[in-house]
Design a protein around this ligand. Structure first.
Ligand code: C5P
Length: 236
């Protein structure tokens, strides 16, 4: 597989074309941003953790019947993925109140929710990724009702699988963000990383934060938290 030109550089990843028009290479960086890019920094080794953890999660989900973009891990930081057209939505699942949910609804962080919740945000940096509802999504032609139903069903299925997996390694899955994409034939697949950048992961016993909130909130021990997650999921 030949790595061709850089197609896109985001906050935490670079995407390259390959000699196969249906496959791209994702290259995970150590760069970290928060608060719409206002806070910038670097987390040493983050790219490796995020790449390897995402690939493990994708393989686990694929085995359970959730299609993902994962094709092959090429190196510690690079992965071959399927080319998709990204559905411009951030899909957020929450099991426990934290972050913007706690702020918006005045619910104390750590409050276990009666049932998991689903939120959609419009993927648009200039607009600061505003929350959007299903009617808006249909009206703006961002997805069809059927696509939304598929995305929602996969998302709850992914939450169930991930919650159980993390619990088995002493981690509480508080919330996380997913993105989906469409293959040329219209099939919806998971097309995003699953990592401590995109999940809130708390130690089940101590509730210590093992995720990007350590960077966002200047809690220190950021690299150590990412490595701890990597260790617990069995990647060394
Ligand atoms: O900030 P908020 O509480 O809405 O974040 C919910 C979850 O979504 C967190 O796990 C956070 O890491 C993730 N998220 C993300 N990328 C964003 C916004 C949120 O990965 N742009």
């Amino acid at each position: 597989m030949e790595k061709k030109e850089l197609l896109y550089e985001g906050k935490a990843k670079k995407v390259y074309r390959t000699d196969d028009p249906d496959l791209y290479i994702v290259d995970y960086k150590d760069d970290a941003t928060a608060f719409d890019g206002l806070k910038k920094g670097s987390i040493s080794g983050k790219g490796v953790v995020n790449n390897r953890m995402s690939n493990l999660m994708c393989q686990m989900l694929q085995k359970a019947g959730v299609p993902t973009h994962f094709v092959e891990e090429l190196s510690d930081r690079e992965t071959l993925v399927k080319r998709v057209k990204i559905v411009p939505l951030e899909v957020i699942v929450r099991n426990v109140a934290a972050g913007s949910f706690s702020k918006r609804f005045g619910v104390e962080e750590g409050t276990v929710l009666k049932c998991p919740t689903l939120e959609f945000c419009l993927k648009d940096d200039d607009l600061h990724d505003p929350m959007i509802n299903g009617y808006h999504i249909l009206a703006l032609d961002l997805a069809t009702q059927n696509e939304l139903d598929v995305i929602s069903a996969y998302t709850f299925q992914i939450n169930k699988i991930m919650k159980e997996f993390f619990l088995s390694i002493g981690i509480e899955l508080v919330d996380f963000k997913l993105e989906f994409g469409k293959l040329d034939d219209g099939t919806i697949i998971l097309a995003d990383e699953i990592s401590p950048d995109t999940c809130r992961l708390w130690d089940s016993k101590t509730h210590e934060k093992l995720d990007k909130d350590r960077f966002r909130r200047d809690l220190g021990g950021v690299e150590e938290a990412y490595l701890e997650v990597m260790k617990r999921i069995g990647l060394n």
